[in-house]
Ligand binder design. Structure first.
Ligand code: UFG
Length: 330
């Protein structure tokens, strides 16, 4: 494995992937339509600006570069938006993957690592959630990712394309030493919003519900550092190359933190007050999501190394040094 195509590489998780690959000596090509990604997040590698749904665009990339494997982050990823605009999610996510797999088939590319999500499980029946547990997404975002997992299985049988579908739990953190971090507009994720409140860019953090069946009444999630995620993707790609064994893997720490614990940790790490207000529940939020992460450890040799303090400290270093993110909003 020498050259890797990272689709969606200018986005949040994608850009950390690119940095990790570069650091480990790989040649990286990025494809991104820059609809949510940032040119400045991938300054040091070739960037093809275009949409992966455009087969001619992918043909050009695969013809001009000798690509050994693909990591596909290119997708729409807002749960709330997906409920309001399901067709946008099917058109972008499912059609994007159809187009990518078809181009891989045409060009004889054998390996893909695909960004899936814990949203494929929906409301889980038990914790921690294992890969073979029931998948029953409660929003179109999760449904499109599950549909693509199905497609990957059939494409492996038909075309021999090996895949790893990685179901992320809550991606967070940044790589401030590399000048990259989380910059979404609108921002919906808990940790960047808490840190915006610490910076005084928001008046407070609204806590969505304090009446969940958890010890402090707020939702529990499994946060994983984006640098750990990047490491897991490379291990998955190398695993495919070495063994040819496709699979689906949870990526999580195996530990849950409540919303209140996140806010408290952010207060400690930033030294800022961070006012909070209890607000109504956000529709569709499961009370607890925690990954069983044994399969990734046993098969891929992946265990997360960075805990919650490192996640929040890195995110804080990025947000406090880049209060306007990449500063490329028009
Ligand atoms: N939350 C708040 N206030 C906020 C924002 C979030 O209380 O202002 C709470 C949410 O209710 C939730 C927790 O913080 O309990 C985490 O919320 P995020 O929006 O940061 O993340 P989610 O767990 O909702 O979503 C994540 C990924 C999705 C993925 C989903 C799987 O971001 O891509 O997990 O369920 F689909």
């Amino acid at each position: 494995m020498k050259t890797v195509l990272v689709a969606g590489g200018a986005g949040y998780i994608g850009s950390h992937m690119v940095a990790h690959l570069v650091e480990n000596g790989y040649r990286v090509i990025v494809a991104d339509n820059l609809s949510t990604g940032h040119r400045d997040a991938v300054k040091d590698v070739p960037l093809y600006v275009g949409d992966i749904r455009d087969g001619a665009f992918l043909d050009r990339i695969f013809s001009e570069n000798s690509i050994d494997g693909v990591i596909n982050f290119a997708a729409c990823s807002l749960v709330g938006e997906s409920v309001k605009k399901p067709l946008k999610y099917y058109a972008n996510n499912v059609m994007g993957s159809v187009s990518m797999l078809d181009a891989m088939r045409r060009h004889g590319i054998g390996y893909i690592v695909f960004s899936s999500t814990a949203a494929t499980y929906g409301e889980p029946e038990k914790q921690p959630i294992e890969e073979q547990d029931r998948t029953d997404p409660t929003n179109p975002y999760g449904a499109t990712k599950l549909a693509i997992e199905g497609m990957l299985k059939w494409c492996e049988k038909a075309y021999g394309i090996r895949y790893a579908a990685l179901r992320y739990f809550n991606a967070a953190g940044a790589a401030p030493e590399k000048g990259i971090g989380e910059d979404h507009a609108p921002e919906t994720h808990l940790i960047p919003i808490v840190l915006a409140a610490a910076l005084g860019k928001r008046s407070h953090i609204g806590i969505f519900g304090q009446d969940y069946p958890t010890p402090d009444g707020t939702c529990i999630r499994d946060y994983i550092h984006v640098k750990d995620l990047a490491r897991a993707h490379l291990l998955a790609l190398l695993h495919l190359e070495k063994t040819g064994e496709s699979g689906i893997f949870n990526l999580g720490s195996g530990t849950g933190y409540s919303v209140k614990e996140i806010v408290e940790t952010a207060r400690r790490i930033t030294g800022r007050p961070i006012p909070e207000k209890i607000e109504p529940r956000r529709p569709g939020d499961p009370s607890v999501l925690i990954a069983a992460n044994k399969k990734a450890a046993e098969v891929l040799g992946f265990t997360p190394q960075l805990g919650l303090d490192a996640i929040i400290a890195d995110a804080w270093a990025w947000h406090s040094s880049h209060p306007e993110g990449f500063g490329d909003r028009v």
